[in-house]
Write a protein of this length. Structure first.
Length: 150
């Protein structure tokens, strides 16, 4: 529950700010920040049991979509006013805004991919460790003279 709240509120603030970064500074940097946020969420949720992680990620993604749009309505006028006082504000076409928000929301869904990737890596590492222990046991028993008759 704590991860859900942290990542949802973070995304509600982060996505609108990244939208302004996308519009006025750098598209690549905006996407990099959202990707970093998604990776952090996926890694944190992957430490939870399966059912809790799936519920947490699902709640995080869908709540973030709603709250980030609400955050945009609040943050955009303030950021736009600040930028206009200090520099030129670059308005994006509606299609560019739609592209950003669609990409950002799709990146939030990538938390599932991160979760399953980490789960698979942990399982593979566990198998490698288990196989290594079995091989060591087999080697030890192969050279054990106590079981062989003379």
């Amino acid at each position: 529950m704590k991860y859900f709240m942290i990542f949802t509120l973070g995304a509600a603030l982060l996505l609108p700010f990244c939208g302004e970064i996308y519009a006025n500074l750098s598209r690549g940097f905006a996407y990099a920040v959202v990707i970093g946020w998604t990776l952090a969420a996926g890694v944190k949720f992957s430490a939870l049991p399966f059912k809790s992680a799936m519920l947490g990620i699902t709640s995080y993604v869908f709540s973030s979509v709603v709250l980030s749009l609400v955050g945009y309505v609040i943050i955009h006028p303030a950021v736009r006013g600040w930028i206009e006082r200090h520099s030129d504000y670059f308005d994006l076409a509606i299609l560019d805004w739609v592209k950003y928000w669609a990409a950002a929301f799709c990146l939030l869904f990538a938390a599932y991919v991160v979760y399953f990737a980490r789960l698979g890596i942990n399982k593979a590492l566990g198998k490698m460790k288990q196989n290594g222990e079995q091989a060591a046991s087999a080697i030890d028993s192969a050279f054990d003279d106590a079981d062989k008759p003379l």
